[in-house]
Write a protein that binds this ligand. Structure first.
Ligand code: NDP
Length: 475
């Protein structure tokens, strides 16, 4: 019998995705560059379903029913191109190649166009949830043609996480749309983690709370509006004691954050689209700052902090303020990420259903949260100008904004770095400002570069003769 789907690339992700497919009743052809992985999968988990192990790509392709569905789950970048190049000559018109790796959406657009030329479908699918999600139900964000989704969609919807009976998988849009959305998902994940880390720092440094106390506070927050996987694991990490030293685990971990690059991609792309994703950018830069120990050491020795300690009068009130500031800042980060998806959707003609993105992030993925139901609701009727002005979030942020201001002011006075909280508040205030100092910037641009400006009271472009009699001429 021919297999219904094939997976090539059987490291942690591919292996678990293949097992997930088999456990859900699909027959799965298996392939890996080196066949040891294929053999160990079958030896260890062969009883979980129907696997068809193969040694060569030719054998692998021949083991699949038509149109063929070939999942490629190898290292992103050149390895993915290498596997695709090897696969393509073996395939027939109408076959579907699905890249479930973390590809850059521009690569996905390029690959999709190249395969379309040859009568093949190319689906760039974002898969979130790490190793465990791949096995037990990830959030899946497939791009590519609507036609390919008709045959692939039902399988992916079956293996995806399910929330309230709804699969965390939907056809995102053509070509690179799926990988774009996955990229923004990861960017939001960076922002979310940075904000949580700042909340921790404020309570630890500002209040002198112990990691054990903080574990309890985060666990409590997890029963309210902030309920999410990341808050839940924050409580777990803070509550963990290092066996070797007997210290709180968080105190023995080197404070230098690493990154694999999707946060950076999100920011780079946002710059190209002209969308301010300050939350994601601050989160990405905060990781970069942490990773420069020599510079930090020199600064620690040279740069003074506040001259006096800034006491917290009411501990419980401060904890609650930080919770509200965290929530408000998180709304900003999501609002910005949603703006970025909307801008890309318009730029590339993807027609992304933004509400549906919140739906498929409710389960399986790292940013899964109660909050996402509210985002889904915000997009249920019409697209808000910003998530911040959608009624639920507008009210929630309005309710928390004084607390947010107190927290940011406290952080500034106490010398606790809160780039996420502070820039989110600045974004909020800029967005709602009656007049922005952008007018002055336009004036300066006109002064040094004759870049011209528009006026509030007349149509047209104008230029002031700064070096002459300062009269105004048409620009
Ligand atoms: P890796 O990214 O570590 O990739 C290892 C796999 O790639 C192995 O199967 C390896 O084959 C294969 N490979 C590498 N180079 C080549 C090549 N030139 N030709 C053929 N095959 C090659 O595996 P992961 O399972 O961690 O991730 C797979 C993909 O999923 C990546 O794109 C990753 O970014 C993405 N992803 C990972 C997540 C995670 O939590 N790990 C989460 C979401 C997405 P061999 O065994 O022969 O070396």
């Amino acid at each position: 019998d021919l297999a219904q789907i094939g997976v090539s690339g059987l490291a942690v992700m591919g292996r678990n995705l293949a097992r997930n497919l088999a456990r859900n009743g699909f027959s799965v052809a298996l392939h890996n560059r080196t066949s040891a992985r294929t053999k160990s999968l079958v030896a260890e988990h062969g009883d979980e379903g129907t696997f068809v192990p193969t040694e060569t790509l030719e054998e692998f392709v021949a083991a699949l029913e038509r149109p063929r569905r070939v999942v490629v789950m190898v290292k992103a970048g050149a390895p993915t191109d290498a596997v695709i190049d090897e696969l393509v000559p073996l395939l027939d018109e109408g076959d579907i190649v699905i890249d479930c790796g973390n590809a850059h959406f521009a690569d996905t657009r390029r690959r999709e166009a190249a395969l379309r030329e040859r009568g093949l479908h190319f689906v760039g699918a974002g898969v979130s949830g790490g190793e465990e999600g791949a096995l037990l139900g990830p959030s899946i964000m497939p791009g590519g043609s609507a036609e390919s989704y008709r045959t692939l969609g039902p399988m992916f919807e079956k293996i995806a996480a399910q929330v309230d009976g709804t699969p965390c998988c939907v056809h995102v849009g053509p070509d690179g749309a799926g990988h774009f959305v996955k990229m923004v998902h990861n960017g939001i994940e960076y922002a979310d983690m940075q904000l949580i880390a700042e909340a921790y720092d404020l309570l630890r440094d500002g209040l002198g709370a112990t990691p054990a106390e903080l574990a309890r506070i985060f666990a409590e927050w997890n029963s309210g509006d902030l309920e999410s996987f990341l808050i839940e694991i924050t409580a777990e990490v803070l509550g963990h004691t290092d066996a070797a030293s007997g210290s709180a685990f968080v105190d023995v971990v080197l404070d230098q954050a690493e990154q694999k690059g999707t946060g950076r991609w999100t920011v780079q792309t946002a710059l190209d689209l002209g969308v301010p994703v300050t939350g994601i950018a601050e989160a990405t830069f905060a990781r970069a700052l942490s990773a420069h120990p020599e510079q930090r050491e020199a600064a620690r020795a040279a740069l003074p902090g506040p001259s006096a300690a800034v006491p917290v009068e009411d501990r419980d009130a401060f904890v609650d303020d930080v919770r509200k500031a965290l929530y408000a800042s998180k709304v900003v980060a999501y609002a910005q990420g949603y703006d970025q998806m909307a801008a890309a959707s318009a730029e590339y003609g993807w027609d992304i259903d933004l509400g549906a993105m919140a739906t498929i992030w409710r389960g399986g993925c790292i940013i899964r949260a109660r909050f996402l139901d509210r985002i889904k609701d915000a997009y249920a009727t019409e697209r808000p100008a910003s998530l911040l002005v959608a009624p639920y979030f507008r009210d929630a942020v309005a309710e928390g904004q004084e607390a947010w201001r107190r927290v940011v002011a406290h952080a500034a006075r106490a010398g606790i770095p809160t780039p996420g909280f502070s820039s989110a508040l600045a974004y909020y205030d800029a967005l709602r400002a009656e007049r922005l100092p952008a007018a002055l910037i336009q004036g300066m641009r006109d002064y040094f570069g004759a870049h011209t400006y528009k006026r509030v009271d007349r149509e047209g472009a104008f230029h002031t003769l700064w070096g002459g009699d300062r009269s105004e001429v048409d620009g």
